[in-house]
Design a protein around this ligand. Structure first.
Ligand code: SF4
Ligand code: SF4
Length: 208
């Protein structure tokens, strides 16, 4: 073509007046757009340790580590952002809507991949009988607050919620076998079922 198109000429003049369109990164920090999906972060105050984010993560980037042997049983959620695909599912499915969020942070280069983690820790509630995990305490508080009076239909929720208010103290371990009096203890669903069966059907016959 002999002459440049008018549109291109207009763009060229604009570029001369306004300067280059490209950003000055890395000399000046780049500000990502509002809905940019960058490095995910946990927010300790708003996370209740329910693990919903780990369940929905398509890249299995969120690891759940329960330590029931420690003096205070703890749950650790470790998000490996080196394998995260920044899909936003964790944020979209967080039960509190604020426990995990994708930030605007995009400069994630590291020498050591083991450092590519963000984590949050939550205290666990374990069964007083068998030691199995019932859930994170904050999760139970959250459920109790959401359910209101309906929470009183569930013994661990009732004991957890009331325990914080110092209204009900968990009675000390009575010792095996499980029986009716254990109903007011913090038990996992399996042990609670045993208590209820014992209550309905009486003592179990020893297996031959
Ligand atoms: S953004 Fe997607 S891939 Fe990354 S941790 Fe959340 S759910 Fe997993
Ligand atoms: S509260 Fe949100 S961030 Fe915390 S474990 Fe549950 S889904 Fe994940």
């Amino acid at each position: 073509m002999k002459y440049p198109k008018l549109r291109e000429l207009k763009e060229a003049i604009k570029a001369v007046i306004k300067g280059p369109y490209t950003t000055k990164f890395p000399y000046e920090p780049h500000v990502p757009p509002e809905k940019f999906r960058g490095k995910p972060e946990f927010y300790e105050k708003d996370c209740v340790g329910c693990c919903a984010c780990a369940e929905v993560c398509p890249a299995t980037a969120i690891e759940v580590i329960d330590d029931t042997r420690a003096k205070i049983p703890m749950r650790k959620l470790v998000l490996h952002f080196d394998i995260c695909i920044f899909c936003g599912q964790c944020q979209a499915n967080c039960i509190t809507e604020k426990g995990v969020k994708l930030t605007g942070e995009y400069d994630l280069a590291l020498f050591n991949r083991n450092e590519a983690i963000v984590k949050v820790e939550k205290e666990l509630l374990v069964c007083e009988e068998c030691g199995k995990v019932i859930g994170a305490k904050d999760h139970l508080y959250f459920l109790a607050s959401k359910l209101g009076p309906l929470a009183y239909g569930n013994m661990p929720l009732l004991l957890t919620a009331s325990g914080e208010l110092e209204l009900v103290k968990t009675p000390p371990t009575i010792g095996p076998p499980l029986r009716r009096a254990h109903i007011f203890r913090i038990l996992c669903p399996r042990c609670r079922r045993e208590v209820l069966l014992e209550d309905i059907w009486g003592k179990k016959k020893p297996e031959k």
